[in-house]
Design a protein around this ligand. Structure first.
Ligand code: PDD
Length: 274
């Protein structure tokens, strides 16, 4: 395991973040999480592109080129000598005495290369609870401010569930750290890629895979009752890939989940066959 902070590689447990770093005091920054399979970073270009969009959305200027960032990420992976890993990288508004408005100092890039979290058992699936989506209205930005997300996840975990599903005014938006899908009569439904959800990289891949498998997919709003009455439900993220949901609150989902299984397998093949 290894880390990078600002301008140099450091040990994963080194104490390097200055007390007046804006991520530390305001959560003022953005991040990405990518998976490494077999020594290769999966979908790195897509994640870097979203990173750039998040930076633009919060008026953050890159301290160096995206190309250089990519070099640092790849060098970190190489130094870590890891084959299976999770890389976290973030960009913050820099180091400056605490004041709310932008300080006009260089942004700070940092990264960790760590062991990948174990994949959950996709055959078993995961349980989920539904909670009110209390987040702000710019959820498409991969912001460091994750307080509503971590509190929702904690509530789920305390009920032995793997994920909390957010609903805003009754409409299912996404999970606390995933995108959410419902399958009804052979059609896959998921919330449109508006500002109310993160435009998941895994979500976009699932679109492609569904098209290849000739499974129709609709970006359409649906409510909590629709999700609970669906034939199948699943969520996606870099960490869990495609994960079927077996229970939502007190509702047990059907045992048979052919479309979720097909997509989960197709997604695994994307990196296994490389
Ligand atoms: N979370 N929605 C939210 C709110 C997320 O935090 C994530 C990912 C996703 C799925 O995005 P992607 O398919 O690009 O990973 C959707 C990351 C993995 C995290 O915070 O650890």
């Amino acid at each position: 395991e290894i880390a990078f902070y600002n301008d140099k590689f450091v040990g994963i447990d080194d104490k390097v973040v200055p007390i007046q770093e804006r991520a530390h005091q305001f959560g003022d920054g953005i991040y990405e999480v990518v998976r490494v399979y077999g020594g290769k970073v999966f979908l790195l270009e897509e994640h870097l592109e979203r990173f750039r969009k998040s930076a633009d959305a919060i008026d953050l200027t890159f301290p160096f080129s995206l190309e250089k960032m990519k070099e640092i990420i790849l060098e970190g992976l190489s130094r870590s000598e890891m084959e299976e890993a999770e890389i976290y990288f973030q960009l913050t508004r820099g180091i400056s005495p605490r004041q709310h408005h932008y300080p006009g100092v260089p942004a700070v890039f940092s990264m960790t290369v760590r062991n990948a979290r174990p994949l959950g058992d996709k055959n078993k699936g995961a349980a989920a609870i539904v909670l009110e989506d209390e987040r702000w209205l710019n959820c498409y930005i991969k912001s460091l401010n994750l307080l509503p997300n971590i509190m929702a996840k904690q509530k789920a975990v305390s009920k032995n569930c793997g994920e909390a599903i957010f609903a805003r005014d009754g409409i299912v938006t996404e999970g606390s750290s995933s995108n959410v899908f419902a399958v009804k009569d052979g059609v896959i439904y998921t919330h449109p890629a508006t500002k109310r959800i993160l435009h998941g990289i895994t979500r976009a891949k699932v679109f492609e895979l569904a098209a290849q498998e000739h499974i129709p997919m609709k970006e359409e709003e649906f409510d909590v009752a629709f999700l609970k009455n669906a034939d199948e439900a699943f969520f996606t993220s870099t960490g869990v890939e495609v994960m079927p949901i077996h229970t939502i609150d007190d509702t047990k989902m059907p045992e048979e989940k052919p479309i979720s299984n097909k997509l989960a397998e197709a997604y695994e093949n994307l990196y296994k066959l490389k």
